[in-house]
Design a protein around this ligand. Structure first.
Ligand code: SAM
Length: 247
């Protein structure tokens, strides 16, 4: 992919999610996925978790899973959510790690960061920090994070190798990755993925299962597991991706 194509796609993604944030702010809602082209299904938050969130945060969920259910967060841990959107997973994580822990949310879209700040205030959590930046260049020091989570974002990146390398850099040795993402079956070519949905709709940019595993191995992960959880299009699935940074 040329640099111009990458820049243009990133701008399209930013505009799409700025619009989604404005829709939530004005009382509507949006979803990762193109209306009519893919079924992203209900997100997998329990009624108990929804009860912990202000209405606007629950409405702002644009993910394809529930990484906070996957990541097994513990008191005192430092958690980083890549592409934190309206902040739902950051707020839930902040409650799990408690006052001795910290939850960071990283997003490149100003409108999403503003929505997340408001939602965190309404939820009454103070151990959260929202950072502006790109997941290909994470603005945190090396080995400063215990757990990286993400919900339906890595497929949107135009440089997945950089994202996976950055996750490996910021995690401490033994640190965990627990994310939800869209993943293609291995036989689908990039063109076939693009036939099933757009890049901004979280389908065209999906890695295959084998590409995810190879990328995480190259970034220094072990105990890698990619579990396909629900179909969103022919040969394309919601998935849970886990790994541990090698010691
Ligand atoms: C599909 S939404 C998911 C939001 C949130 N994780 C959720 O589950 O509701 C994608 C989010 O990732 C952000 N994003 C996409 N690509 C990004 C990148 N390269 N760097 C930082 N943020 C990015 C968008 O601004 C948007 O807020």
């Amino acid at each position: 992919m040329s640099t111009d194509t990458r820049d243009a796609l990133r701008e399209q993604v930013r505009e799409r999610y700025a619009e989604a944030a404005r829709a939530v702010t004005s009382g509507g809602s949006g979803c990762c996925g193109d209306s009519g082209s893919a079924d992203f299904g209900e997100s997998l938050y329990s009624a108990e978790q929804r009860g912990e969130l202000p209405d606007a945060a629950a409405l702002a969920s644009l993910g394809c899973g529930n990484p906070t259910a996957v990541a097994e967060l513990r008191e005192g841990e430092v958690v980083l959510d890549l592409g934190s959107g309206g902040g739902i997973d950051v707020i839930l994580s902040a409650k799990r790690v408690g006052p001795t822990g910290v939850a960071y949310g990283l997003d490149m879209t100003d409108e999403m960061l503003a929505l997340a700040q408001r939602n965190a205030r309404d939820a009454g959590v103070s151990n959260v920090h929202f950072l502006k930046g790109e997941i290909e260049s994470i603005p945190l020091p090396a080995e400063s994070v215990d757990v990286v989570i993400s919900n339906c974002v890595i497929n949107l990146s135009t440089d997945k190798a950089a994202v996976l390398a950055e996750i490996g850099r910021v995690l401490r040795s033994g640190g965990r990755l627990g994310i939800s993402d869209i993943v293609a079956e291995d036989h689908l070519t990039p063109d076939e993925r693009a036939e099933r949905g757009s890049w901004c709709g979280c389908v065209a940019g999906a890695l295959s299962r084998a590409e995810y595993v190879a990328g995480l191995e190259a970034a220094g992960f072990e105990k890698i597991n990619v579990e396909l959880t629900h179909r969103v299009a022919d040969g394309v699935h919601g998935a849970i991706v886990k790994g541990v940074k090698s010691t």
